[in-house]
Structure formats: C-alpha cells, structure tokens
Design a protein around this ligand. Structure first.
Ligand SMILES: Cc1cc2nc3c(=O)[nH]c(=O)nc-3n(C[C@H](O)[C@H](O)[C@H](O)COP(=O)(O)O)c2cc1C
Length: 201
C-alpha cells in the first residue's frame, strides 16, 4: 500500500501551530511540492516588512538540480541535494536601487536615499541583511504552515552561493539565509530553548 500523497493545496495551519511545529528538518521525501505550494510560500515570505518598504532583498527559488549541486558544493550540506526546493534570500547592499522611486514615490525615495547615502558599506550590508532575514523568518513559518519542512542554513561559502544563483562577483549583493525545503522525512525533537534569553524590563 502506498502512503496517500500529501495534500498540495495551500491549507494553512495557524501561525501558533506553524511556529511551535517548525523544526530544522534535513531529510525530505521524494515528493515534489507543487508549483502552487512553492509560489504560496514565496508570496507569503515576501509579505515580510522592510525598512521604508524599500525591499532591499530578493528571494531566489531553486528547483534546478545543477544549482542544488552547486549549493551543496558551496556548503557540503547534503540537504540541498535531497530538497526538492531551496530558497536563497539575498540582500541588496547598494545604497539605493533603480526602482526605489517606483516603489516609494519621489519624496519617500529621496528620504530613503539620503538615509542610506550616509551609511558605510558595512552598515548598508547590515541594513539589507535585516530586510533579508525577515523574509527568511517569514518563509520558515509560511513553509511550515503549508506542510513543508525547512532547513535554515548559514554554513556555506557566500561567494560560492552567489555564483550558484547567478550573482557571482556582485558586490551589491549578500546572502542572508539558504533554506532547503520539502515534505519531511524525519521528525527531530524540540532542541529546547533557554529561559535565560527572555528579559522582562
Ligand atoms: C541563522 C541560522 C543558521 C543555521 N545554519 C545551519 C547550517 O548551516 N546547517 C544546518 O544543518 N542547520 C543550520 N541551522 C539550523 C539550527 O541548527 C537549528 O535551527 C537549531 O538547532 C534549532 O533547532 P530548530 O530549528 O529545530 O528549532 C541554522 C539555523 C539558523 C537560524
């Protein structure tokens, strides 16, 4: 008897259940998520807020085997080979983007530009990485909510990841998180959280 296929229409679990139920999962079944499911996860992830709503980040959705192989070679992490889909969240580290006026309108774009023009390259990177990591966080919960498990990672060579997704040599891009995803084929236990990390002031 074969196991019933996982429902592939986006039936979303609650935010609470998605947050509590999410684990870092590195083994996936051979079943590929539908395009609809992948698109829904990407759409929800990009609902994350960003500074000025300037959206100084991009989401790359990788289903191509050669690119997954390159991500494996950038990291030595096998989940990128097994995962039917890998999401890469990249930060836009340039001071302003060409489309910022279209996104914000002339006046807000000017405020944004003057805000970013005073920033060092390190601060620009930090600000854009903040936008990127919010997308990554939303993505982990969104994926869980539609039944997909995820493996968030930062253990890779950033330049090699950039090369893998067509951003090789781009100094105006940085990588936030690389996230393998698929239907879970393992059930890791909750690793525990320290109460000492919560501070009530
Ligand atoms: C920023 C970040 C980087 C991580 N990097 C890796 C990684 O390179 N490889 C990996 O297998 N897991 C990685 N993890 C997964 C963590 O080990 C995992 O989230 C943590 O142990 C907590 O477990 P949980 O996600 O099941 O709650 C990373 C997680 C985060 C948030």
């Amino acid at each position: 008897m074969t196991a019933p296929a996982t429902p592939q229409t986006p039936q979303t679990a609650s935010v609470k259940d998605s947050i509590e139920g999410r684990r870092a999962v590195r083994r996936y079944t051979a079943e590929a998520p539908s395009q609809e499911l992948i698109d829904e996860v990407a759409r929800l992830a990009l609902e994350a807020p960003s500074a000025f709503n300037a959206q100084m980040r991009d989401l790359y959705v990788v289903t191509d085997d050669a690119t997954k192989q390159a991500l494996y070679e950038a990291s030595n992490q096998r989940q990128f080979l097994e995962a039917p889909v890998v999401f890469v969240v990249a930060a836009r580290t340039e001071a302003v983007t060409d489309d910022v006026e279209g996104l914000l309108g002339e006046q807000r774009a000017q405020v944004f530009a003057s805000f970013r023009s005073g920033m060092s390259p390190e601060k620009l990177r930090e600000a854009s990485i903040k936008d990127a990591m919010l997308v990554a966080g939303f993505l982990l919960v969104a994926a869980q909510s539609v039944g997909l498990a995820t493996s968030p990672t930062t253990g890779w060579d950033e330049e090699k990841v950039k090369e893998a997704i067509g951003l090789g040599g781009r100094e105006d891009r940085a990588i936030g998180l690389v996230i393998a995803a698929g239907f879970p084929n393992e059930s890791p236990a909750h690793p525990g959280r320290a109460e000492s990390r919560l501070h009530r002031i």
